[in-house]
Design a protein around this ligand. Structure first.
Ligand code: 8YV
Length: 328
């Protein structure tokens, strides 16, 4: 007898090909107008669903989790970071959580490289000036940025994305430094000619550019605190494509405004979609609306991963991308 299809509730609009395939495979509830779900709608979703497919815009905290119906057995997150999901509550209720690792590595690394260049070479400022129609013409000392060739890049978090950034940055002539909970395999260090710093503080004090690629967990909240940001040399740039919460955004803003740092390029913010209004006023900051993994190809690959995780789970197997206990 054919198995009953699981009721899958998808909280945001996904690429058409993914939604179509989900409709074929599962009893799927889509969000056609893509509005971010309210708390009440999210509660309704966890009450009904066998499988919930949330995104970063859904805060699935202990309160929402406490409303989950008995059928909810899988949260198949559309995205890699799972800091918006209360994993401890999920675990205590026997709800599995999966994510979409690997498929957004190269896109996020491309964006990081673009942002390193954008900050150091003043791309945002130049673009704004052209659009304002205020360019008075070339001059030898006009809008000078800084060369990245030969500079030191400090990577905070040397997982898949950190390593993909390191490969690109090495090709741009930067020397690679990193801090990670665990030192990476010696072969990777050799390939990247990377220097490991056990002490984040010591690394920060010596870098020209810092880029963040660790997950946001209780242990990494404000990892770049006011105290640590002060360790950076004043000519340094800070790049963040990971999570806003890892950097003390107010402290960073204050330092940028006072000229205590050269600049920053930020794709993520502490209170998305809100951005500290003082950041918006600063010329030496590149601001992007969480575009790190925003390619059509990447979003389709993420959707495919979600489908594989649900299908494997529904067929009674362990889904491939279960979130590890170490994330807790
Ligand atoms: C995703 C991300 O777009 O995957 C992640 O962790 O930060 C983003 O690139 C987003 O999470 C989708 O839910």
């Amino acid at each position: 007898m054919p198995q009953k299809k699981p009721l899958v509730v998808v909280t945001r609009k996904l690429p058409d090909v993914i939604e179509t395939r989900m409709m074929e495979l599962f009893d799927t509830k889509l969000n056609l107008d893509d509005h971010p779900l309210s708390k009440a709608e999210l509660i309704e979703a966890v009450r009904q669903a066998d499988v919930l497919v949330p995104t970063i815009t859904d805060r699935i905290d202990a309160v929402i989790m406490s409303q989950a119906g008995p059928n909810l057995k899988l949260i198949a997150n559309f995205g890699t970071g799972v800091d918006h999901i209360d994993l401890a509550s999920a675990r205590s209720r026997g709800i599995s959580v999966t994510n979409t690792p690997g498929v957004l590595t190269e896109d996020t690394a491309d964006m990081t490289m673009a942002m390193i260049l954008a900050a150091a070479r003043r791309l945002g400022e130049g673009e704004r000036l052209m659009r304002a129609g205020t360019w008075a013409g070339w001059s030898p000392t006009f809008m000078l940025g800084h060369r990245i060739w030969g500079k030191r890049l400090g990577i905070v978090g040397m997982g898949r994305i950190g390593q993909a950034v390191a490969r690109r940055a090495k090709a741009f002539g930067m020397s690679i430094h990193y801090h990670n909970r665990k030192r990476v395999h010696p072969d990777i260090e050799t390939e990247l000619e990377a220097t490991y710093w056990e002490s984040l503080d010591q690394m920060l004090a010596r870098m020209d550019v810092i880029t963040i690629h660790c997950p946001h967990t209780p242990a990494t909240f404000h990892l770049l605190s006011a105290r640590r940001l002060k360790l950076l040399p004043p000519h340094a740039y800070v790049v963040n494509t990971a999570r806003g919460e890892i950097v003390d955004e107010n402290a960073l803003t204050r330092m940028l405004a006072r000229g205590e740092l050269a600049g920053a390029a930020l794709d993520v913010f502490e209170h998305e979609p809100a951005v500290n209004p003082k950041l918006v006023e600063l010329d030496n900051v590149v601001l992007l609306p969480h575009l790190g993994s925003a390619t059509l190809e990447g979003r389709v690959d993420m959707g495919e991963k979600v489908i594989i995780n649900i299908k494997t789970f529904a067929d009674g197997h362990n889904p491939p991308d279960r979130v590890l206990a170490s994330m807790l």
